[in-house]
Each structure stands twice: as C-alpha cells, then as structure tokens.
Design a protein around this ligand. Structure first.
Ligand code: IPM
Ligand code: MG
Length: 368
C-alpha cells in the first residue's frame, strides 16, 4: 500500500520544520520499504488573508482521501485570535472525528527539565486527551450583550459514547505500554468534587469499562488541580492519563514544559477507527519572529511525523510505516543529547542542521 499524506505547512516556521520532517522520512522510506506520497495544501493564516476563507466544508471532505495530515503551525499576526483555531484546527478535529489527542510527555536524554532532580526515568508518561467534546463544543451564547444585564454561557458537553471510546483507547495504550515494561496504570483526571454531573459520567464510565474489560490495568483517579501539583513534584507517578478536552489542554502544556518545552512536544489528533485521516502537529506555534531564518528547531515536527507513521501504520496495518515511525522516534532520542542549549528551543544548531543530524543518526543505526 502507499500512504497518502496531506501536508499543511501553514505559517511562520511551519513550512521549514515540516520540510525537515519530510526530509527525514524520505531518507529512510526506501530502505524500509515505505511507499508514500505527499500533497502540499495551502491552508493557514496567509491563505485566509488571500482568499477570505479558512477551509470550506468541501475542502474538508477532500481531506478524507488522505491517510494522514501533517500540520506545521498556523497563525499570522494579522489574523484575529480564534479565526484559525476555530476555523481550521478545531474544525478538522471535529469534522474528521479525531477524538483522541495523544500527547506523550517524555523527557529525552540530554534535554533539561525545569524540575529539580528529575530525569528521563521520572518524566515518561502519555496524556490521552478527549478531543471532540466538553467546553470545546462551544454550546451556549451571549444575550443582552453590552448591557449591564449581559449573560453568557458555554456548556460542558459530556456523552457516554464520547467518554467511553476515549477511555477504551486509553486503557489500550496502558495495556500496550504494560507489555513493554511500564506499570500498566491509567489515571483519570477530572474535577468530580465540583463537576458532579460530567465528572460522574466520566468516573462511572472509567470504572465500568475498567472493571469489565481491563482488570489488568490499575485504575487511579486524581482531581485536575492535584494532578498539576503532582506533575510538578512527582511526575514519576504517572503512566497513562485520560482527561477531558479542556483540562487536557491545560495539563498538556504543563506536560510540555516539564519535558523540555514547546521545542520538543509532539502531538497527534487521532481518528483511531480510520474513518477519516488523523492529524499530527508539533505543539509549538508559528513563531513569526524567527520565520524563514532557518533557526527553528524541527525536532518537534520530526517527532510528530514519527508519531504519524507509528499511529497511521497501526491504524492502517502498514508495518513499514510503523517501523519507520519507531526508527524516527529512536533517532530523535539519539540526537537530543548533542544539543548545546539548555532548552531545545535554543539548541545551538540551525533547522536544516538538526534535520541532517537525525538523518545521519538513522543512517548510522542502519549500518550498525
Ligand atoms: C492545543 C491548542 C488548541 C487547543 C488551540 C490552538 C485551539 O492550545 O492544541 O492544545 O486549545 O486545543
Ligand atoms: Mg493547548
């Protein structure tokens, strides 16, 4: 089979980091027997300013012809906040039913964490964030706007269906990790002491599914505020976390921070059922101030495309893709100890140099 990848480089540093990620894939595709094609698509802030459209429903439908989407970064200073976030990122997540936001929190060797006395063995967990419900649905509205009687509401939406499929996915991840030597533990993060309706649906679903089908996985529950404290003080207690959308948004930024910052954080918006393409992106933004200067660190984008190949390989049953993804993940970890800067964002190398370092590491591993 041949994997069809849609590439949305986007704005700012997006296109340059994606270029390095694709260069890395190209370097190992042939030797690993991976067959794939890429198609560049123009969406992002620049495209919006030029055409007046972010992405149309028909264009979203066209994306369904692809196996995966690789996204660089979107955002330009001239576009109002919310336009691209809602019009592109959230629209794709919802319309393509990418119901899992998978965010590994893994401190790579040689990368400095702001946490005192913590190393790669301590910071190594995965956040499974629900990606299509919750406050992100935007249900609600504003009445009597601009008056002293103004009312605005935005409702937290929780469905049994949405929670159950997310929780099941997280249990599966915990089980797969357990087979690879991790503890086999899943922590639900919510705020059940205050959100007594939505929290109750999550809590019961989590326990019912775990009791029925995942007795081998230890279940833990933490309130989200406590979870923030533990992530900063004893991150080693986490193996896999499952969390609703809004809390997940917040704790995964904290996760990115303790694992070395935005320069390294990779993420996948997954449609695990394969009914529409999954989308992968570095967590960092478009950084317009350094765009086009070959300064941006492409590690997060390279790691994201590794995640793309692993996850899509798994979903589509493409073993060559899965293998390439694993190799890219290993090569990234072989390269990070060489960085001179304390943060990956200031690695001391150019964007293309880092791409080349990963490519050389892959080639060396193939020989060795
Ligand atoms: C993220 C981002 C998005 C989110 C924004 C840009 C809409 O913060 O991917 O975490 O809130 O999900
Ligand atoms: Mg966020």
């Amino acid at each position: 089979m041949s994997l069809k990848i849609a590439v949305i480089g986007g704005d700012g540093v997006g296109p340059e980091v994606v270029r390095e990620a694709l260069r890395v894939v190209e370097s190992i595709a042939k030797p690993q027997g991976l067959s794939y094609t890429t198609t560049d698509l123009p969406y992002g802030g620049e495209h919006y300013l030029k055409t007046g459209e972010v992405i149309t429903d028909a264009q979203v439908q066209e994306l369904k012809a692809y196996d995966a989407i690789m996204l660089g970064a979107v955002g330009t200073p001239d576009v109002k906040p919310g336009v691209l976030e809602k019009g592109l990122l959230l629209k794709l997540r919802f319309d393509l039913d990418q119901y899992i936001n998978l965010r590994p929190v893994k401190l790579y060797p040689g990368v400095e964490t702001p946490l005192k006395d913590k190393g790669p063995d301590d910071i190594d967990f995965v956040c499974v964030r629900e990606n299509t419900e919750d406050l992100y649905c935007g249900n609600g509205g504003i009445a009597r706007k601009g008056t002293a009687q103004e009312i605005s509401t935005q409702e937290m939406i929780t469905t049994r269906f949405g929670v159950e499929r997310c929780v099941r996915y997280a249990f599966e991840i915990a089980r797969t990790r357990k087979a690879n030597g991790y503890p086999g533990q899943l922590t639900l993060v919510h705020k059940t002491n205050v959100l007594t309706h939505c929290g109750d649906t999550w809590f019961r679903t989590f326990n019912e599914v775990g009791e029925a089908d995942y007795k081998d996985i230890e279940r833990v529950y933490h309130h989200v505020d406590a979870c923030c404290m533990y992530m900063a003080t004893k991150p080693e207690i986490y193996d896999v976390i499952v969390v609703p959308n809004m809390f997940g948004d917040i704790i995964t930024d904290l996760g990115a921070a303790i694992a070395g910052g935005m320069g390294v954080a990779a993420s996948g918006n997954l449609n695990p059922d394969g009914t529409a393409p999954s989308m992968f992106e570095p967590v960092h933004g478009s950084a317009p101030d350094i765009a086009g200067q070959n300064k941006a660190n492409p590690i997060a984008a390279i790691d994201s495309i590794g995640l793309l190949l692993r996850e899509v390989g798994r979903i589509k049953g493409d073993d060559a893709a899965l293998k390439c993804g694993e190799k890219i993940g290993q090569a990234v970890q072989a390269v990070t100890p060489n960085f001179t800067g304390k943060q990956l964002d200031r690695s001391g190398y150019s964007c293309t140099e880092i791409g080349t370092m990963v490519i050389e590491s892959l080639a060396a591993a193939a020989v060795g």
